[in-house]
Design a protein around this ligand. Sequence first.
Ligand code: ME8
Length: 470
Amino acid sequence: MSKKFFVTTPIYYINDLPHIGHAYATFAADILIRYHKLLGEKTLLLTGSDENSQKTLDAAKKRGVTVEDYSSGMVANWQSTWGKLQIADGEFKFVRTTNIDHAKFVQDFFQKIYDNGYIEEGVYEGLYCVGHEAFIKESDLDESGVCPDHKTKPQLLKEKNYFFKLKDFSKQLLELYSKNPDFILPTERRNEVVSFVRSGLENISISREGSSWGIKVPFDQNQVIYVWFDALLSYYSTTSKEFWPADVHIIGKDILRFHAVIWPAMLLAAGFENYLPKKIFAHGFFTITGTKISKSLGNAIDPIKVSEEFGLDTLRYFLFKELPFGHDGDFSLERLREIYNSDLANGLGNLVSRVAKLAESLDLTGVRENKTPLFDSTFRIHLDKLEFHQALEYIWKKIKDADKKLESTKPWELVKTDKEAAAAIVENLILQVIEIQELLLPFIPDTAEKIRLQFSKSKIKSTKPLFPRK
Ligand code: ME8
């Protein structure tokens, strides 16, 4: 039986259209899927829509449509975005939290935790931020009393709620982190979580009173299940058990505590200790000239527009080259153009076109089947740790090495005196190009496929540049 690989993206809110930040997390999952698929594994990429949120209701109201119409229209937009961005070659699973099977799974899970004694009744008195869909503290607000991320005043609640006994899991969580040093990556994020749990957990409210929107608590029709409890379960609610546990949850650093603290505690409480995820990777945030990306600020960048202008592979390359995965930084089209010209047009594109031209002039045959094993150990280590930036640097070092070899051996001059020696050099360069092409497959699949086709023909021919200078 082949190994399986299951990766998830966040299950996104649908109060707006996808922007470059959502595409970033989803491309990361896609890179892993393509990589594991090439290793011969059975793969699953799960993404979806987190619909049982107050945000969905508010967005529908603002547009004056029913929440059902709003949601189905928005979901169609998100699905078509992932299709246009060729996520997992179109073979991904999209879960909707309004799906009936999902709701049933969530209710059963809630009941199981209740039966296991980890849910108790209580009164929640405090603040709630709809932007975060989270219970927050006074100390989380800025000086003017608003949520610093959403610039909104939190709701003041006093209501009967069901509480999850998160505190009971402190010891097991700390053991989990210490036994599995790569459970939370990058390491700085892991350290943050460890000190958060060490500083003492509190039990958390996992229901809301009197709301009509959401999944009902199975034994109390007056309460709906807290949207995060519901959303986290979407990783498993409609996926086949053969894929459990998740190999990697890709998330942004904004939602780390939900994933690294609450989610494993929920699984432990339900007796799902065998299904604890293997890895949680919290990536960083893109800003636009230093400001948070948001529709309300009018600075959200549409990934489809950028990919139409510069090419999908350019966008994919840029996002993972520009920032080490896990760091924050700015997204700028100027930088994208710079990197396009330096790395793709002058780097990769130029090497491929020079080698193809030389091969054509020497009448060389392409490589039908590469004998070397796919992906060397350095590359594998980088991808296994989601070190995308380092993996790309590793590939671009190979491009530079091949360039240097071209420059130092000058086969275009050698051919005048020793055609055989020139052909031997170019044949070697063809093998180097093929090796580079294979390493590129998870990152820039269309380009890699074009190179493969060009260099596997019985007669290698030069073609138009892969990346014309812009
Ligand atoms: O939090 N830069 O959904 P969400 C990089 N529904 N990544 C960004 C980004 C940016 N500027 N903006 C958003 C939710 N992201 C919940 C998740 S999971 C069970 C429930 C990415 O629509 C990043 O991955 O607010 C972040 O964590 C995610 O979008 C948040 O998406």
